[in-house]
Design a protein around this ligand. Structure first.
Ligand SMILES: Cc1cc2nc3c(=O)[nH]c(=O)nc-3n(C[C@H](O)[C@H](O)[C@H](O)COP(=O)(O)OP(=O)(O)OC[C@H]3O[C@@H](n4cnc5c(N)ncnc54)[C@H](O)[C@@H]3O)c2cc1C
Length: 336
């Protein structure tokens, strides 16, 4: 039996009935296809940084994706077309890209997890999203039992969502291809806190490495860089997405961002703090991070149930105070 707590950044989760590590694409497809033909439930795992697995564990086959490799096809005019295996470490890829002078992932520095998971919730941070540089995603389609390549426009990317999240459990991501320009300067800085840190104006560009260093420094302050010495980082990142509501339903004082005519995104962090839940709030061994109210953490030998209950306390407080429903960004396994 393999304890899933050892494979998730929240460090909770019971045993998996079966646990495999797939180091090749062929092995990954075979393990999934064989489980499907025997009706065995499958949980595909990357870095375990966006999942909450119940204390009762996972009754089925957990497959950890550990395929590795970066394949680069560059030409001087258009930049690079870079294909990365699903099991590669996301931040390792970011470091590599910056070192090679590829522009587009610098603000996504320090996000834990695998390259294969990056399209699933269209990871984003500090004003940019991974979909801005994705060219295509190669998958094993479990419904059609075939390898299928999806072009950017087929992936239905949106704020923390994609086709892969909408049709969860259908696609196993095998590799991701990125189209990136070469340059020394970043994409335009679109996030005020980052612009202030860098001493530039919104819309300016800054050297790639300086942007990475700034993002990493800001993330450290918020406990958003994994650090085994810092319990505030024993989390799954932001537990909730920023809810999108009718503009007239957004609380008057909350930070909002317009998403479409009549619709705004409201800061989930503001909603939680203003419904009476403060940083550091404990619930058994679980706690709201002392640095970032959106991160639910394993403060001291927490159980998965305690983290789940703390999430429900946040949801209920926001619902009762503002009538707004918070959606989980984290994928839950084994909860009703
Ligand atoms: C400290 C911290 C900070 C974070 N900051 C951010 C942030 O700034 N922005 C952001 O967007 N996210 C952030 N996250 C969330 C998380 O890091 C990302 O969502 C990341 O992409 C998850 O990658 P993973 O490999 O760990 O996925 P996992 O947690 O292993 O899996 C997540 C989901 O993807 C599925 N999955 C994983 N790999 C595959 C595959 N190859 N094929 C099909 N399905 C797959 C799993 O089944 C599961 O449903 C943060 C998390 C932590 C812990």
């Amino acid at each position: 039996m393999t304890r899933l707590a050892d494979h998730t950044t929240l460090r909770v989760g019971g045993d998996a009935s079966e646990f495999y590590t797939a180091t090749s694409e062929a092995e990954l497809i075979e393990l999934v296809a064989e489980a499907d033909s025997n009706s065995i439930p499958v949980l595909i795992l990357g870095g375990g940084s966006n999942v909450l697995v119940a204390d009762s564990g996972y009754k089925g086959r957990v497959i950890k994706v550990a395929t590795k490799g970066i394949d680069e096809a560059s030409d001087a005019c258009s930049g690079g077309f870079i294909t990365v295996q699903a099991g590669d470490d996301w931040d390792g890829f970011v470091t590599w890209a910056i070192g090679r002078g590829f522009v587009g992932v610098e603000t996504l520095s320090g996000i834990p997890g695998s390259v294969g998971a990056s399209p699933i919730q269209n990871i984003g941070a500090y004003g940019h999203e991974v979909s801005e540089v994705i060219a295509r995603v190669r998958t094993f389609d479990r419904k059609e039992k075939a390898v299928k390549t999806l072009a950017l426009t087929d992936c239905r990317f949106g704020y923390r969502t994609s086709l892969f999240k909408e049709e969860s459990d259908r696609f196993v991501i095998l590799d991701v291809a990125f189209q990136m320009k070469n340059g020394e300067l970043s994409l335009p800085i679109q996030y005020q806190e980052l612009a202030t840190y860098l001493g530039v104006s919104l819309g300016d560009r800054a050297p790639l490495k300086e942007v990475r260093d700034a993002v990493v420094a800001i993330r450290k302050r918020k406990g958003m860089i994994l650090d085994s010495e810092d319990r505030d980082t024993y989390s799954a990142g932001s537990f909730f997405t920023n809810p999108i509501v009718d503009a007239d339903l957004a609380p008057k004082d909350s930070p909002t961002w317009k998403v479409s005519e009549g619709k705004v995104k409201v800061s989930a962090a503001w909603l939680i703090e203003n419904s009476g839940i403060e940083k550091g709030r404990r619930h058994g061994g679980a706690a709201i991070s002392s640095k970032h109210v959106l991160a639910l953490t394993n403060k001291e030998n927490a159980t998965a149930s305690e983290i789940y209950e703390l999430a429900n306390l946040c949801r209920a407080a926001v619902r009762d105070t503002f009538g707004i429903e918070l959606e989980s960004e984290v994928r839950l396994f084994g909860f009703a």
